[in-house]
Design a protein around this ligand. Structure first.
Ligand SMILES: O=C(O)CCC(=O)C(=O)O
Ligand SMILES: [Fe+2]
Length: 287
């Protein structure tokens, strides 16, 4: 049941302003700047399976070492991977989707009472390990109170998917993002060989060794889509600075001046979409 172009977008219409689909149509200039062939959502994206390593005792095994390196490779070349065999019970995942729909059906006032939860930063530990750093290199900058944020998205059916996007091209400013999408699908990541490089936190932390991929969400004409996104970020006062092991004065000199998350967040507020430059370019050391 696709919406008509004049119909109100339900999730926003319960706020004060009544927004219609036509409010979401991109301008010709912006739309022309997007080439669909440059985004991927299919089989060429690297897959990481956690099968067999979730057990604490296996963390000293060769499989664990290989997997940490595979994770670093995927994060260096794509800045993105599909996580499978993650050990999260399918029933829990289905329940999340059910609850998300219930949440979106609530009046806006109630929806806004969202809460934060404690974190499980295994991914960051594995990336640090794979890079040859101390396992807690990234996680020691996280503080329980502000390290995690969960965003839940419900994209209604859109009568004009060829002129609208659910979420425009961007790269996430946090250190690590874990995204669960439903069977409808719509997440697309910019292919690796593209010139447009985007380098938020984790990438600056590793002098560009790990990428932060540009991605977006497309909409579906017939079906609504759900996604849940889990962000893991350093605390406001933590300084993002590359460790000496990941720099080399002659072959890989320092690319960014160190910055605090607080300062970076201020720069982000003035940035809307990725159009060639990112907020992090302000910290770039020019040659
Ligand atoms: O819904 C999606 O697939 C993308 C969400 C996303 O990229 C974000 O919330 O940062
Ligand atoms: Fe994102």
């Amino acid at each position: 049941m696709a919406l008509k172009i004049e119909e109100l977008v339900e999730s926003l219409s319960s706020m004060d302003h009544n927004l219609c689909v036509k409010n979401f149509i991109w301008s010709k200039e912006e739309w022309l700047a997007i080439n669909y062939d440059e985004f991927a959502d299919g089989d060429d994206i690297p897959i990481i399976s956690l099968q067999g390593i979730l057990d604490e005792k296996k963390k000293k095994s060769q499989d664990y070492e290989m997997l940490c390196h595979a994770m670093v490779n995927a994060s260096s070349s794509w800045g993105f991977f599909k996580l499978v065999d993650h050990g999260v019970d399918l029933k829990v995942i289905e329940n999340v989707k059910l609850r998300m729909n219930e949440l979106f059906d609530l009046p806006m006032g109630q929806k806004l009472k969202g809460a934060r939860s404690a974190s499980l930063p295994l991914g960051c530990k594995m990336l640090a390990h794979g890079l040859g750093l101390e396992d807690d290199f990234f996680t020691k900058s996280f503080e329980e109170k502000e390290a995690t944020m969960i965003r839940v998205n419900r994209y209604p059916p859109c009568p004009l998917p060829e002129k609208c996007l659910g979420l425009g091209s961007h790269s996430d400013p946090d250190a690590l993002t874990i995204l669960l999408q439903d069977h409808v699908g719509g997440l697309q990541v910019l292919k690796t060989d593209h010139q447009m490089e985007s380098i938020p936190t984790l990438s600056a932390w590793t002098n560009g060794r790990l990428k932060s991929v540009v991605h977006r969400a497309v909409v579906n004409k017939e079906k609504q889509r759900l996604s849940t996104v889990y962000f893991l970020s350093p605390s406001s006062s933590a300084i993002t600075d590359c460790p000496p092991q990941l720099m080399d004065p002659s072959t890989n000199p320092r690319k960014y001046i160190p910055f605090t998350r607080e300062n970076f967040k201020k720069k982000l507020q003035v940035q809307k979409r990725v159009v060639g430059k990112t907020a992090l370019d302000r910290y770039l050391i020019s040659n």
